[in-house]
Structures are given as structure tokens and as C-alpha cells.
Design a protein around this ligand. Structure first.
Ligand code: GLN
Length: 498
């Protein structure tokens, strides 16, 4: 079950109904097509790079935090690290993670959990927890992570740093060990959004070795689409609104009862900040959010089960030596020893939901939910989705309650601002008592953007002293989510907020 009852947002209605005027009189953002943002090369301040250990480099081992890859060294370099090295980055280490990226607290690694000296008793988030801690502890300037369902944003939120998941396909996945290919993205963690921007500018771009990498022609078409939207808005008289008065959406479904009061306060402060700049804050509805988590935990394990089948001790993976001479047990012993419990759980889940008996009820349904989640976002963003024209598809077998909730009217916004996680970092003791499903709940606010492939950044927002908890950063992660391919404006918004 997914937390979905709505909580109280104190005086939210009062403050969303205020219309503040634009204070400084200058456009907040340049829209795409008017100005091409200057390309940065990495400066001295953002050269030292830590790399999550599921991204291959030819100079260091790549273990994916897994026993089955404990001896693996890649003969080639990933596109993203190659590009960053060419831009001046030097890699100072590979960082620990939840095995193959599966987890939310970085406690599922073959090499032991990621721990932070400052906040020893608490979760650092996962699965890119090692990258987040390396940034927070200043062991590097910036770090690469991967974000399939929140693995860059959640650790950023729990360690008080910024973390960015780009639009799906913007950064090449060549050399990134797949967890769930249709969701995997390479993200960046840094201490400031400006550093994220600089690194992202170097990392992005088409790569013909990744079949899901956005082509230059598509990138160009997206840019033209945004330009057309701008011109149309200018004609209809709302151009001013687009450049000077951004509309920020607050998804009401994210205001759940379980939301930590400190997180809610940080959320409110972030919204008030944008209002103070002249933006209009409006409530929006993303009705399928409540189904997103369940859909994610069907799709991701299904893809994972398929991806991980190649680790058999023959084609890939360290072979269990004692089973070497016995073909019957080679496969089961190698995989039994090599994979940790969470990975095995995902393989079982995925294999079941893909089985002929369950596929219609689980995998196919989850794909439909995924499409509904994408449509929720497309409906509320003022920019059109350059990849998905409005379409019809067969929903005849979906519950009526799901279809009814889709009929809510449109509300056009530039960004969505919402918490990254419902709570502040839990203690490791509490986590050890949780069921796997409890820990899946941490991803409730991050998976919707993943299912829709949207760019999302998590920014640390200070929590008032009376809401702070011991041994944790004095910040809560707040996300800014934008329309597909609107990555730069999302980062520009983050630069203003931090
Ligand atoms: N916690 C999520 C999972 O375990 C997300 C992981 C990720 O983004 N790599 O699947």
C-alpha cells in the first residue's frame, strides 16, 4: 500500500491565492531558443570527480556493490566519464552503492553499508549514497550517480547536497551497468546547483553507442518546439507570463499525512521564495501519483530480472569455484553466492510478474499506469512533451476509480515543486526493522518523474531549528521537476532557490 491520504498544509490556501508582483523587474529565465546558454568547461572548482561504482572506468574496478562482480575490471570507459575527463575532470574514486542500484539507504552493498562520519546513525539515502557522502564530506567536488527511481535525489536529500536526474536519454548510458534500462539515467551530485549545471553541460549530448540516447535531430526538434511554444505564447499575449511570471505547481497528492512537519515547512519556504520572486504558485493534481510507486516496483524488478540473467559465472560474473566441475549447480551456486538478498528478491519479483500467469495483471497493468503518470505530467506542464503527442490507448481493463481521477481539468505550470522524500533520514536502527515494502515507500515522491522520464533536481532547504532532528543535516530535499527536455530551466530554477 502507498501513503496517499492528504495532510494539512496549514495556511497553504492563503498563500497560493496571493498574487505577488514581480519584484526585480527582470525576466527570471531566458526561454530556450532566445539564448543558447554558454557552454561551460569544468573549472578548478569542479574537477575532482567521484564515480558511482556501476559506471565503468578503465582505470578502476567496477563492482556495482555486488559479490558477483567483485573481480570485474572494465576494458573500456563509459561515455559520461570519458566526456568529463576530456572536459578536465579527474576521477578520484569509485563510490559504494546499493547492489546494482537496488535500494534506498545504501545498506545493500556486498562491501558493507555506506556510512557518513557526520551522521553515523542515519541513512545517507540510496542507492548513490557513496557519491552523496563523498560530496558532502568534500572528498570530491562533484560525483556521478545513477537515478532509476530516485537514487540520486534521495541521497542528496538525506545528506544535504544537491542532486540532479536529467531527462531520460540526455546523458549517455554507454558503460553504465543497467538496472532497469527504460528508467536508468546518469545523474550528478554536487554542493551547488551551479556545479551541477557545469557538469551536466559537459556530460549531455547524443552518443550513438546508447540506443536510447536522444539524437541531435530530436534535440533540435525539441528546441524548435519550445521556440514555437514561445512564439505562440507571445501572440496570445501570455509571453510576459512565460518569461517574467513563472507558474509553479504544488501537486496536492504529495501533501500526504505522513509528511514530516520539517519537510512540509521546508516545502512551504521554497514555495514562498518563488512567490517572493513574482512566480505564481498554483495547486495541481497528479492523480496517478498514488499508483506510481506500485507500478515502479513492478517495472524496475522485471527489467532487472532480465538484465541480471547474464551473470551466470560463464558469460559474466565471478564463478563459484567449488561448483566449477558440476554443470548442474554452477549456475545456482554462482548466483546464490554472488547476489545479495535484495537483488534476489527483485529477481524473484521480476520473474514472477513477467511469467505468463502474471504478466497481464502486473507487468502490462504497470505499463499502463506508467503511461497515465506520464499523461498527468503532460496535462499540467505548459510546455508540450516533445516525445509524446496526445494519444489514445486501450484502458478498458483499468479500474474505474483510476480512469475517473483522470478527468480533472488542466492547470498549466512551468515547474512542479515538491519534497524529495516524505521524511528526514531515518535511523539505521529503524531501517533494520523495516520490511522491504516499508523501505520502498521512501521513493514515493521520486518515482513519478522517473516513470515519466522528466528532469528533476533535489535542493537542500534549511529546516527551522524546532523541526530539526539529531545527527542529520539541517536541510530537507525539495525537488523541482520540469517537462521533458527542460533540463536547463530546471537547473536555473535550482540555482535561484539555493
Ligand atoms: N530505491 C529505488 C530502487 O531500489 C531506486 C533505485 C535507483 O534509482 N537506482 O529501485
Amino acid at each position: 500500500s502507498v501513503p496517499c491520504r492528504q495532510g494539512k498544509f496549514a495556511d497553504l490556501n492563503a498563500f497560493i491565492s496571493q498574487t505577488l508582483t514581480h519584484r526585480n523587474g527582470v525576466p527570471l529565465f531566458e526561454t530556450d531558443g532566445q539564448r543558447d546558454t554558454t557552454r561551460f568547461t569544468l573549472s578548478k572548482k569542479n574537477r575532482l570527480l567521484a564515480v558511482k561504482d556501476n559506471i565503468v572506468t578503465n582505470s578502476l574496478p567496477t563492482t556495482c556493490g555486488s559479490g558477483i562482480l567483485r573481480d570485474y575490471r572494465s576494458p573500456f570507459e563509459s561515455t559520461v566519464t570519458d566526456r568529463l575527463r576530456k572536459a578536465g575532470a579527474s576521477i578520484n574514486g569509485k563510490t559504494n552503492l546499493d547492489e546494482f542500484g537496488m535500494g534506498s539507504h545504501s545498506t545493500n552493498s556486498h562491501f558493507g553499508p555506506v556510512r557518513s562520519d557526520c551522521f553515523e546513525q542515519r541513512s545517507v539515502g540510496g542507492s548513490s549514497g557513496g557519491s552523496a557522502v563523498a560530496v558532502a564530506a568534500r572528498e570530491c567536488d562533484v560525483a556521478l550517480g545513477t537515478d532509476t527511481g530516485g537514487s540520486v535525489r534521495l541521497p542528496a536529500a538525506y545528506t544535504g547536497v544537491t542532486g540532479f536526474k536529467p531527462s531520460y536519454g540526455m546523458v549517455s548510458r554507454w558503460g553504465v551497468v543497467p538496472y532497469a534500462n527504460s528508467l536508468d539515467t546518469v545523474g550528478v551530485l554536487a554542493r551547488t546547483a551551479k556545479d551541477l549545471f557545469r557538469v551536466f553541460e559537459q556530460a549531455r549530448g547524443h552518443d550513438n553507442r546508447d540506443p536510447t540516447s536522444i539524437t541531435n535531430a530530436t534535440l533540435q526538434r525539441m528546441k524548435e518546439g519550445r521556440l514555437r511554444a514561445t512564439v505562440k505564447a507571445r501572440r496570445s499575449g501570455s509571453f510576459r507570463k512565460m518569461t517574467k511570471k513563472l507558474r509553479i505547481g504544488i501537486p496536492m497528492e504529495y501533501n500526504i499525512e505522513e509528511l514530516d512537519p520539517g519537510v512540509r515547512q521546508a516545502w512551504k519556504n521554497a514555495l514562498e521564495f518563488f512567490q517572493g520572486l513574482g512566480c505564481t504558485v498554483v495547486p495541481v493534481s497528479l492523480p496517478n501519483t498514488k499508483h506510481a510507486l506500485s507500478a515502479y516496483y513492478i517495472i524496475a524488478p522485471a527489467e532487472a530480472a532480465s538484465n541480471l540473467s547474464k551473470y551466470d559465472g560463464i558469460r559474466y560474473g565471478t564463478r563459484n569455484k567449488s561448483s566449477d566441475s558440476d554443470d548442474d549447480i554452477l549456475y545456482s551456486q554462482t548466483r546464490g553466492d554472488g547476489f545479495g538478498d535484495e537483488v534476489k528478491r527483485r529477481i524473484l519479483l521480476g520473474s514472477y510478474t513477467l511469467s505468463s500467469e502474471a504478466i497481464d495483471n502486473y507487468f502490462i497493468k504497470a505499463q499502463k499506469i506508467r503511461r497515465l503518470v506520464q499523461r498527468d505530467f503532460d496535462r499540467i506542464f505548459s510546455l508540450p512533451n516533445p516525445l509524446r503527442p496526445p494519444e489514445q490507448f486501450d484502458l478498458s481493463d483499468m479500474d474505474e476509480s483510476i480512469l475517473l481521477s483522470n478527468k480533472l481539468g488542466p492547470s498549466q505550470v512551468d515547474f512542479i515543486v515538491c519534497p524529495t522524500a516524505p521524511t528526514l533520514p531515518p535511523t539505521l536502527k529503524d531501517i533494520s526493522k523495516q520490511t522491504p515494502v516499508d523501505s520502498y515507500m521512501n521513493d514515493v515522491f521520486t518515482v513519478p518523474a522517473s516513470l515519466a522520464g522528466l528532469p528533476a533536481v533535489s535542493i537542500p532547504i534549511r529546516i527551522p531549528a524546532n523541526y530539526q532532528i539529531s545527527e542529520a543535516p539541517a536541510f530537507a530535499g525539495i525537488q523541482i521537476i520540469g517537462q521533458y527536455s527542460d533540463d536547463r530551466r530546471v537547473l536555473e530554477a535550482a540555482m535561484m532557490l539555493e
